[in-house]
Design a protein around this ligand. Structure first.
Ligand SMILES: [Zn+2]
Length: 331
C-alpha cells in the first residue's frame, strides 16, 4: 500500500499495509487521533486504495487508474463522506438511516463501496445503535472507515466490530521537510516551535501558520508560570482563564509549562540546557521555588495532561488546574 501525502506514523502504515497488501482490508476501519493528526488524510488514502484497480495491491492507491483519479477529485461514485462536525450529536440518526439505506445498493463502478464517517464520535447513542445494525452484518460490497478523536468515545459494540488505527502527531524530523516545502517563507525556529506546541499534528500547524493564533498559546505558558509565583490566586485564575478551548492548544500550553518547570529545575542543578523559549521565566521560577516544588510541578502538569485527554469540561479543567498547580508548591 502507498501513503502519498500522509507523513510519519510508520506503525499505522505497516499495520494497514499488511492488511491491504494481502487483500484482507477489514470491513470497518476506525482511525483515531487528535484533530489535525491526519485522520482524514489517511481515511481518504484507505478509501482510494479500496477502489483502486491496480493489479499489484502493494502499489495501491496507484494514483493513475480511473478510480484513483476520480477519488482524488472527490467525484468517485462509490466513495461517500458523512458527518464532519466535531459538535456533539451533530452526526444525526437521520444521516445514519440514510447511509444504511444507501449502503445496501450495489457499487456503481468499483468492486466495493466505501463510506467514510468523519468524526463518528459526534453520533449520539441512538445514532450509534442504528449504525451498529449495518456494521455488525454489512453487505459484502461495503467498507466503513470511521474517524474519531478516541475510540473510547464510541460504544463498545461499535469498537469491537472495527479495526482501530491510532494516528499520532509526527516527530520534528518527520514534520520539518513537509513544513519547509509547504511554507518556504516561514522561519526554521518558528516551525520547530509549532511542531512542539502542537505535538506534531500537521493539520493544526498548517492552520496555525495561516491564522497566527498560536502565538497567544506560546506566551500563555510563561504567563501562567509567573502568575503561580504571585501571592494570591487571582493572578493565576486570570491567566488560566485565558486558556483556549482548543484541546490541542491546551495540550501545547501544558507541554510548554512542563518544559519550563524542567528548565527551572535544570537551572537549580546548575545545568545550561533549555527546552522552553523563555529563559527569564525559568530563572525566576528557579529563584523562587525549591527543587522539590519544581519536581512536584512537573508531576502535576503530567497529571493534567492525562486529565485533559479525556475531554473534560473546560471551566472545570481550568479550576482544577489552578488548584493543583498551587497545591504542588504548597499554597
Ligand atoms: Zn489506482
Amino acid at each position: 500500500m502507498q501513503f502519498k501525502g500522509f507523513v510519519g506514523n510508520a506503525d499505522v502504515k505497516e499495520q494497514l499495509s499488511s492488511l491491504v497488501d494481502s487483500g484482507r482490508m477489514p470491513h470497518a476501519l476506525l482511525i483515531e487521533g487528535p484533530s489535525g493528526s491526519g485522520r482524514r488524510t489517511l481515511a481518504r488514502i484507505a478509501a482510494q486504495a479500496a477502489v483502486c484497480s491496480h493489479p499489484d495491491r502493494t502499489a495501491r492507491p496507484c494514483g493513475t487508474c480511473s478510480h484513483c483519479i476520480k477519488a482524488q477529485a472527490g467525484t468517485h461514485p462509490d466513495i461517500s463522506f458523512f458527518g464532519g462536525s466535531e459538535r456533539a450529536r451533530s452526526f444525526s440518526i437521520k444521516t445514519v438511516r440514510e447511509l444504511r439505506e444507501e449502503g445496501y445498493r450495489r457499487p456503481n463502478e468499483a468492486e466495493c463501496r466505501v463510506f467514510v464517517l468523519v468524526n463518528a464520535q459526534a453520533m449520539g447513542t441512538e445514532a450509534q445503535d442504528a449504525l451498529l445494525r449495518i456494521i455488525e452484518e454489512p453487505p459484502r460490497h461495503l467498507r466503513f472507515i470511521l474517524t474519531c478523536q478516541s475510540r473510547f468515545q464510541l460504544l463498545e459494540t461499535i469498537r469491537s466490530r472495527t479495526f482501530a488505527l491510532a494516528v499520532k502527531g509526527v516527530t520534528e524530523a518527520e514534520a520539518m521537510p513537509f513544513l519547509r516545502q509547504k511554507f518556504p517563507s516561514a522561519a526554521e525556529q518558528e516551525l520547530q516551535t509549532l511542531v512542539r506546541l502542537y505535538g506534531g499534528c500537521l493539520g493544526q500547524i498548517e492552520q496555525a501558520l495561516t491564522d497566527g493564533k498560536w502565538k497567544d498559546g506560546l506566551q500563555l505558558a510563561p504567563a501562567i508560570a509567573e502568575a503561580l509565583l504571585a501571592s494570591g490566586e487571582m493572578a493565576l485564575l486570570k491567566e488560566t482563564s485565558a486558556l483556549p478551548k482548543d484541546a490541542v492548544l491546551i495540550a501545547g500550553v501544558l507541554r510548554e509549562l512542563r518544559f519550563l518547570f524542567r528548565d527551572a529545575l535544570a537551572v537549580k542543578c546548575g545545568r545550561q540546557e533549555r527546552l522552553a523559549p523563555s529563559p527569564e521565566t525559568a530563572d525566576k521560577l528557579a529563584a523562587a521555588l525549591t527543587a522539590q516544588h519544581l519536581v512536584s510541578l512537573i508531576d502535576t502538569v503530567a497529571a493534567l495532561e492525562t486529565m485533559q485527554r479525556y475531554n473534560i469540561n473546560h471551566s472545570l479543567f481550568v479550576t482544577e488546574m489552578c488548584a493543583r498547580l498551587r497545591t504542588a508548591i504548597g499554597r
